[in-house]
Design a protein around this ligand. Sequence first.
Ligand code: BEZ
Ligand code: FE
Length: 312
Amino acid sequence: VSALDLTESERRMREESDDALTDRVVKSFAGASSPRERAVLESLVRHLHGFIREATLTDDEWRAGIDFLTRTGHTTNECRQEFILLSDILGASMLTVRVNQTEDPAATDSTVFGPFYLSASPGIELGDALAQGAPGRPLFVRGTVCGPSGEPISGARLEVWGADEEGLYDVQHEGQRVANRGHLFADDSGNFTFWSIHPVAYSIPADGPVGELLRSAERSPMRPAHLHFVVSARGWRTLVTHLFVAGDRYLGSDAEFGVVDSLVVPFVEHPATEPPPGRHVDGPWSSVAYDFVLAPSADGLETAFGKLPTPL
Ligand code: BEZ
Ligand code: FE
C-alpha cells in the first residue's frame, strides 16, 4: 500500500506510530553518560528521522547513502580526511564555526580550519620568510594583534599556512617538505611582519566521493585564494581564520562556504621596480595588511575545534 492510497485516518495512525518510533529511539539513549551527550543524541535522532520523513527516503536512496558514507570512510586515511571534506562542502564545518563564534562584535571573524594545519611548524623571526622555496610571488604581510579596545597583545602567537602558486600545500607534495607554513610572535606592541606567497585559488581534493558529489551537482571544487591563520595568546580566545584576496573570482562560490566579507582584503601588487621593505626580492611582489582583534577568554586556548595541540 503506498502512502497515497491511505485514508486520512490511516495516514494519521501511521504518522503517530512513526513518531512513537522516534520517541523510542530517543528514550533508548536515556542512559547517555552526560546530560549534554543525551541532548545531542536526542537532537541528532529527531533531525535524522525528520529528514527521512520529509524526504520520504526510499530504500534505494538509503542504500546509496550508506554506500557513499562507506566510500568516504575508505577514502580516509592518516593523510586524507574525506569526512571533514564532506562536512565542509555541506556547510556543516562553517555552521559549527558560526555557532561557536564569540559574540564580541569587535573580534575578527572566524572561518574553517581546513585539513592542512600541522601542530608542529617552524618558528620564524619577525620579518622573515615562511616560503622555504615554495614557488610563488613573494607576499609581505604586516599587521597587529589587539583586543577589542585596541589594546596591543604583546607576544601573540600567529600560525600561518598557505598554498603555493600551484595551489598545493606543502603536505600535498611528495616527500616531507615543510614550506609556506610556520609560526611567529608579535612584538611588544602587538605588531608583526613576515613574508609568505601571494595566494591563488585552488581545488579541494576532488578525486574521491566528495568530488563525485560536487560534480553530480555541477558544483565547483574551487576555494578562493586565501592565507590561513591561527592567532592565540594566553587570556584571549584563539582565532582560527583566513584572509581572502579581494577580487578573486571564486569568492561567491567557495566550495567550503568559508568566505566572510570582513576577511576579504586587498592584496596589493607591486612592480619589480618598487623596493620591498626589509628584503631583496627579484621581480614583482605583493603586500597585505590586517589587524587581528581577539576576544577575551578565561584561558585563551579554547577554539571551536577544542584545545589547540600546540602548547603556548
Ligand atoms: C583549506 O582551506 O586549506 C582547505 C579546506 C577544505 C578542504 C581543502 C582545503
Ligand atoms: Fe586553504
